[in-house]
Design a protein around this ligand. Structure first.
Ligand code: AKB
Length: 316
């Protein structure tokens, strides 16, 4: 029996992770949301939900107590591009929110998963096959909150024994809930536009490589790291994980295998482009493979086939 609170359950990761956790565990899997972002459909009907604003420690504590929560998935965050537009709010949610979650976890004995990101790396980090333990000097507020979050989560583990664990997500590609305000979002939008209009205006320049992952692998990573044998974990916050690395030309070519008439033009967004250029081309995920048997399932072509199948059924 497992009782889990997902904070940010209606977002890109949360909407699918909550359903996956409900399939796997038969305890209280509580969909935490903020007013205006209420759960709908299956997410609402398949289990309990509660208003949980991450900036409100009391509200988190009350929900943890009411549902006897043992694990918190802390998914509330502003993504990289939107965090540059609202740096103060990004810090309040990313760091203030994490501090609230960790305090509740310390007092009420919960394990905590907080996603980190390829955004923890910066211009001085080795770009190719970026090692697990290396320079983390981001120049974005998103990256600053993610690095600080990794450090704070490790501190709570070492100082108070809170069972904190995390992975550094690459760009996550999914067909259920769209992301909002990320640098890697183009790799989601391109599939929607390929199916809906056959044409895509790309905000990221040709030749810009970033790590990406299909959502089913991302969900498995988030669950497997929390189930991993703690005695094998040398690292905790946070593990490099990788599945595929591509630039806009490569993903467009993959789509053209199944939609030959698909066309793409470039209108580069300077903010997203500068963030993308500061991130690695590809990560080395050896530590995750060795310490908790991480391995991705989907490569680019498998993901393209599945994305196009689902989106064609949705829109055609
Ligand atoms: C973003 O682009 O901001 C996120 C991320 C890679 O963390 N998808």
């Amino acid at each position: 029996m497992k009782n889990v609170l997902i904070i940010g359950s209606t977002g890109q990761i949360g909407s699918e992770l909550t359903m996956e956790l409900r399939k796997r565990y038969n305890g209280n899997i509580v969909a935490g949301y903020i007013p205006g972002q209420e759960p709908k459909g299956d997410l609402l009907e398949s289990g309990p939900s509660a208003i949980v604003d991450i900036t409100n420690e009391q509200q988190i504590a009350e929900t943890v107590s009411k549902y006897e929560i043992d694990t918190i998935y802390n998914l509330a965050a502003l993504l990289s591009a939107v965090a540059e537009a609202k740096p103060q709010l990004a810090w309040k949610i990313g760091m203030g929110g994490l501090f609230n979650v960790l305090e509740v976890a310390r007092e009420m004995n919960c394990a905590v998963f907080t996603p980190s990101s390829i955004g923890v790396f910066g211009n001085n980090t080795p770009k190719d096959k970026t090692p697990q333990d290396t320079i983390r000097n981001p120049r974005t507020m998103y990256g600053v909150t993610k690095v600080s979050g990794e450090l704070l989560s490790d501190y709570y583990f070492m100082r108070f024994g809170v069972d904190t664990r995390s992975v550094r997500f690459p760009g996550l590609i999914s067909n259920v809930t769209p992301p909002g305000g990320g640098t890697t979002d183009y790799a989601v939008d391109i599939y929607y536009e390929a199916v809906k209009t056959g044409h895509f205006v790309c905000p990221i320049a040709a030749g810009t490589y970033m790590d990406m992952m299909y959502m089913p692998d991302g969900l498995r990573a988030a669950i497997d790291i929390m189930e991993a044998d703690p005695s094998r974990l040398v690292h905790r916050n946070s593990f490099n994980i990788a599945a595929m690395s591509f630039d806009p030309e490569t993903i467009a070519a993959s789509i053209r295998k199944y939609i030959p008439e698909f066309t793409m033009e470039y209108k580069v967004d300077p903010l997203r482009q500068s963030i993308a250029e500061s991130w690695p081309n590809s990560l080395d995920d050896t530590c995750a493979r060795n310490e908790w048997d991480w391995a991705p399932t989907y490569d680019l072509d498998m993901m393209t086939q599945d994305m196009l199948r689902v989106l064609k059924a949705k829109f055609n």
